[in-house]
Ligand binder design. Structure first.
Ligand SMILES: *Cc1c(COP(=O)(O)O)cnc(C)c1O
Length: 345
């Protein structure tokens, strides 16, 4: 990896961040007259903790990482955008990724006017690391890997990801949004070994909290400091912090959900594989099944008519006639399978 100062945009490296009232005074007091808050409507009259220390303390313990290696964002979307804004000079620098993968990497590249270079996956949704690295040049700052990958559901071999980490000169982002549903280990344990590693996780999937918009980025404390410098000062609101604090005390319950969803994923696979309209179900380490069908659009329309919504991925690279089906409750999955049994095409 190049040194961080070379990778970060010069204006960001030099930036003096906004200093809020809560940055300048932290701690207990009886009268707060420093932030132009309204004294009524407690506790929501007060600005939230800009760096979410209480929440990070719990996450640090749960994940076994240093508290200074954690950034919390408004979903994973926020750290994805901050990565571009911190590292990529518009119209000059570029980012690398696989295709197909999660759509936000490209949307954020486009918003920030950053070139986005992709390597097409093979028919097993896998890639050759040297081929991916061959797309890099001296302006390649970011490389995105999503594992387990969306929309395919497969994980990439740890050796392959580590080969990229060792040989790419910029920042490697491993998006582990679905890692809780996978038997493959997280890369969080490798943070100390690879200063160019950023791991993304989220409260939106296993934690059942897409509605509170809370994402996690894990990286070296130097990279986290750069994120903290450029984020909106109070990015994580008080309601979200409160909900997440309570949720983190229920981690046994969350583990039980995940266990059930993984078991249901395999039930659903079995049931779907009996249907003649289903041609192939790809291996999945996530909470969804990418499914090749005889006619994705017709099946999609039929299911909508029955009040059942799946994701039509027909137009995505390598996903011709594919539906992406999220694993629901046993009841929801049965309703889906029963509807598919009754279809006449
Ligand atoms: C769902 C998903 C996320 C989660 O995004 P949030 O902004 O945290 O809700 C991140 N990455 C991938 C690949 C996803 O599929």
């Amino acid at each position: 990896m190049k040194d961080l100062e070379t990778l970060v945009r010069p204006n960001i490296w030099r930036l003096k961040p906004y200093s809020s009232a809560r940055d300048e005074f932290k701690g207990e007091a009886s009268v707060f007259l420093d932030a132009n808050e309204n004294p009524y409507n407690a506790p929501y009259n007060r600005y939230p903790d800009p760096l979410q220390w209480q929440l990070k303390e719990k996450i640090a313990v749960l994940k076994g990482v240093n508290i200074n290696s954690i950034f919390l964002g408004v979903g994973s979307d926020e750290p994805i955008d901050l990565l571009y804004r911190a590292f990529c000079e518009p119209a000059i620098d570029n980012a690398l990724a696989i295709d197909p993968t999660y759509g936000m990497y490209k949307v954020c590249a486009d918003i920030n006017n950053v070139e986005y270079r992709t390597v097409r996956l093979n028919d097993n949704f896998d890639f050759d690391p040297d081929n991916l690295l061959s797309k890099a040049d001296s302006n390649s700052k970011l490389l995105f890997l999503c594992s387990p990958n969306n929309p395919s559901g497969n994980s990439f071999a740890a050796e392959k990801i580590e080969y990229i980490l060792k040989n790419f000169q910029g920042i490697v982002i491993v998006d582990e949004a679905y890692i809780d549903f996978s038997a493959t280990p997280t890369l969080l344990k490798k943070l100390d070994q690879y200063p160019n590693l950023v791991v993304l996780q989220t409260f939106s999937k296993a934690w059942g909290s897409a509605g509170i918009r809370l994402g996690m980025a894990f990286a070296s404390k130097e990279i986290i400091q750069i994120f903290n410098k450029i984020k909106y000062p109070y990015n994580i609101n008080r309601l979200t912090q409160e909900h997440a604090l309570k949720l983190l005390d229920r981690s046994d319950e969350i583990r039980a959900w995940v266990k059930e969803l993984v078991a249901e994923r395999e039930n659903l696979r079995q049931e779907l594989s009996k249907l003649p309209i289903i041609q192939h179900i790809y291996p999945s380490d996530a909470n969804f099944l990418l499914t090749k069908t005889c006619n994705a659009q017709a099946l999609y329309d039929y299911l909508v008519g029955r009040g059942i919504i799946v994701r039509n991925r027909n137009k995505i690279t390598l996903c011709e006639n594919c539906l992406r089906i999220t694993v629901g409750t046993p009841d929801e999955n049965r309703i889906l399978v029963d509807a598919l049994k009754e279809i006449k095409l």
